[in-house]
Structure formats: structure tokens, C-alpha cells
Ligand binder design. Structure first.
Ligand code: ZN
Length: 414
């Protein structure tokens, strides 16, 4: 298991909670956990931000939006550690701030001590998402309440009169989803930020975070065999399944006919209340899928892409063409746009042309049968609403009237 905290430097209780956890775990009554669990703690991912009590790191990057383009030393370090141990369970520890102007205007704000969320990207196997949502989350949230901390399932966004409520983005550029997409049981825990992020209620906030992590350890310990098996099987099928399956590259949040009962606190009376959220969209649906290639060809002349490939530590090789393959090249006919969780992202119209042969020495080959396979596909497909081409640094990849420089290798026969 891996707990990592304070990617955002102004979320002090994550770090304090992990340090408190380290101290607590030294007590004899918790020794039993280590009969079954190997645990790694990173209390402070972003020390520079913490020093200034700022969200971003010293390079002014939001680390929790950096897990796909991976330009920052802090995110690279997390993934290097993950790649080494291939943790089966990970928890990314944060704080949420309930004090925004939009909430003030609404008249109510969130007031939950600790929230916990799991993965939502639809390319993460349903078995993993279901296990997280129906077993892990309820256990931890209940245990928190028993220890005197209010708890609720992670649902960022709002207020409910101006925005729909969902259980987070399905983007894979954050800590939780970028590890989850490698078929990991992966979570985000958020404590409530104080108005003074250093001082206000810091003991209570740190203890809430610590108790959430402790409950997670308790659950994982009790269900270790089942979890090991689940992750082992899903990671195995991640590698074998990619050759034939499909990957969703455009998704949407939808409702399921249910309303959400959201606990809030009145800004004016200080009383707790509940609000029935009409526009509640807990379900992620796929809009567009691509047939998985067996791998991609990256032009050696594109230093930008090579830099990305290396910083994300992908397996790559020189392509050895065998029989029964086709090389697919996308032609960008038109660059339209689409809405992605309130932002506008590119949505190109594509046609394909095929080659039987090519000068393979001009390319590196990235096979998709690796743990990051689903991440690779979502990063490298030009129609992906969370792909590389939606980032400023890679916007040049999709240009109207030109060929997309990354090529797909497709198997024509199994
Ligand atoms: Zn955060």
C-alpha cells in the first residue's frame, strides 16, 4: 500500500495526518497490520509549495494535473516509486476548501471532516470500481463516523444550483486515476481545509485524515487475500486484453435517476442541513471508443514526444515488422471542439489511410501490452478528450489538413 499526501502545498492536514499515522502505527495494538501489509508513506509530495503554503510547486505547476504529461520532478518520483513496487492499493491524500465565493453566494457550504473517493475513468475495470465503491468506501466512511468524524463520499464541484454534482473527473492526469488506470485499487481522501490552513483546527483535521487512513489499513488487512487476487487477475487481463479490446476516449457524466442527499452547513446560521441535489451525475458513460492497436509508432524527430515517453517511463523498442499487421495513419480533416466537464477541448474529425510498409528506423515503437497501456491509448489518440493533444505543449499534434504524427500498428489477423 502507498499513501501519499500534500501534492497541494496549502493542504497541510494531509502531511500532518500521515505523520500522525506513522506515530500511531508504532503502537503495539497496530503491529498486526504489518503481518499482511507492506506500507510506504510519502507525507509531503510538494515541500516547496508547503513552505509557501501554496497549492502549486516551485515551477508553478499543479502537481495533481501533471500525472499524464509528467513534467515535474515530484510526479515523476511518485510514478518511479509506483513502477518499482506496483502497489495494489494507493491513497492520494488532499484537502478540499469549502470557502469559495460561489458557495457563499449559495448560502451553504460543505462541512464534512473527511471525504473518500475512488476511480471513475470507465477504462478501469468495473470489478475494481465496484469493489471500491460498494465495499471499501462504505467501510471507511462508517469507521470515521464511529471515531467522531463526519464523512461523505467524495463529490467535488457545485454548488448544486449552478453546477452538476459528480464523483470527480474521469481524467487520468491526477494521482488517483493515473495509478487506478494501471488496475490499482486507488483512492483520494480529502479532509476539510481550515480558513487558516496552518492553524485552524489542525489537530482535528490531522486526526480525521489519520483515522481515514487507519480505517483503510484495517479494511485492506481484513480482505488482503481477496484484494491481491482481484488486482492480480485484473492486471493480467490488462496486459492480454489490450490486444483485442476497445478503449473509451470520450466519456460523459450522466444521472441514474437518483438524487443525492448532500450534507451542507448554512453560512448564516451555522446549522447543518441537507440539500437534495437534482442534477446528480454519478455514472460515467462512454461516448467514443477506439479499437486498441497493438502499439504506436512515435517519430524519432519529435523531441517533445520522446521527452514525454521517457519521463513517463514507457517501454519502447525498435519495431520489428511481422506478418499480418497494418500501419494506420490518421488524417485530420477538421478540428471541432467538445465540452469536457465545462472546458472546451478539441474533437477532430479523422479519416485513416493505411501502409503495408514504412521506414521503421524513423520511429520508436510503444507496445500497449504494458501496465500503462490504457494510459498510452488515452494519451495518444487524437480524438481523446483527455489526450496529450489537449495540452498546450502538444497542441501542434492535431492540425487541420495534416496527418497525425503518431501511427497505429494494427493486427489484421489474430
Ligand atoms: Zn488537493
Amino acid at each position: 500500500m502507498l499513501f501519499f499526501a500534500q501534492q497541494h502545498g496549502n493542504e497541510q492536514s494531509g502531511k500532518e495526518g500521515v505523520l500522525l499515522l506513522a506515530k500511531t502505527l508504532l503502537k503495539p495494538e497496530y503491529a498486526y497490520l504489518f503481518n499482511k501489509i507492506d506500507l510506504v508513506l510519502i507525507p509531503q509530495v510538494n515541500p516547496d509549495g508547503s513552505e509557501l503554503n501554496k497549492r502549486r510547486n516551485a515551477n508553478n505547476a499543479d502537481l495533481n494535473r501533471n500525472h499524464l504529461i509528467m513534467t515535474e520532478p515530484e510526479t515523476k518520483a511518485i510514478h518511479k516509486l509506483f513502477d518499482k513496487y506496483l502497489f495494489e492499493v494507493t491513497v492520494d491524500v488532499h484537502e478540499y476548501s469549502p470557502y469559495g465565493d460561489d458557495w457563499k453566494k449559495y448560502g451553504y457550504r460543505k462541512n464534512t471532516d473527511v471525504t473518500l473517493g475512488s476511480t471513475t475513468n470507465i477504462n478501469i475495470p468495473e470489478k475494481i470500481r465496484k469493489y471500491s465503491d460498494s465495499l471499501v468506501l462504505p467501510f471507511v466512511l462508517k469507521r470515521l463516523k464511529e471515531k467522531g468524524f463526519s464523512s461523505f463520499v467524495y463529490c467535488p464541484g457545485g454548488p448544486p444550483d449552478s453546477a452538476y454534482i459528480r464523483h470527480s473527473t474521469f481524467d487520468i492526469n491526477d494521482g488517483r486515476q493515473s495509478l487506478g488506470i494501471q488496475n490499482t485499487l486507488s483512492f483520494i481522501q480529502e479532509g476539510m481545509n481550515g480558513i487558516d490552513t496552518y492553524k485552524e483546527n489542525i489537530r482535528h483535521r490531522a486526526e480525521g485524515q489519520m483515522n481515514g487512513m487507519l480505517a483503510m489499513l484495517e479494511f485492506i488487512h481484513a480482505n488482503k487475500t481477496k484484494i491481491k487476487k482481484l488486482i492480480k487477475n485484473e492486471r493480467k487481463s490488462l496486459l492480454s486484453g489490450l490486444k483485442n479490446g476497445k478503449t473509451s476516449v470520450q466519456m460523459i457524466h450522466t444521472g441514474n435517476g437518483k438524487k443525492l442527499t448532500l450534507p451542507l452547513r448554512s453560512y448564516f446560521t451555522g446549522n447543518d442541513t441537507i440539500v437534495l441535489v437534482d442534477d446528480y451525475r454519478p455514472v460515467v458513460k462512454s461516448l467514443t471508443e477506439v479499437i486498441n492497436p497493438i502499439g504506436y509508432l512515435i517519430p524519432k524527430s519529435d523531441k517533445n514526444l520522446l521527452g514525454w515517453m521517457k519521463s513517463i517511463d514507457l517501454k519502447y523498442e525498435t519495431f520489428k515488422p511481422g506478418k499480418n499487421i497494418k500501419i494506420e495513419e490518421y488524417l485530420v480533416q477538421l478540428v471541432d471542439s467538445t465540452d469536457f466537464e465545462g472546458d472546451t477541448v478539441i474533437d477532430p474529425d479523422l479519416t485513416s489511410r493505411y501502409y503495408d510498409n514504412l521506414s521503421f528506423t524513423d520511429y520508436y515503437y510503444i507496445p500497449v501490452d504494458q501496465f500503462k497501456g490504457k494510459m498510452i491509448i488515452q494519451a495518444l489518440e487524437p480524438k481523446s478528450m483527455i489526450g496529450l493533444a489537449t495540452y498546450r505543449q502538444f497542441a501542434y499534434l492535431v492540425k487541420e489538413g495534416t496527418a497525425f504524427p503518431v501511427l497505429r500498428i494494427i493486427r489484421t489477423k489474430n
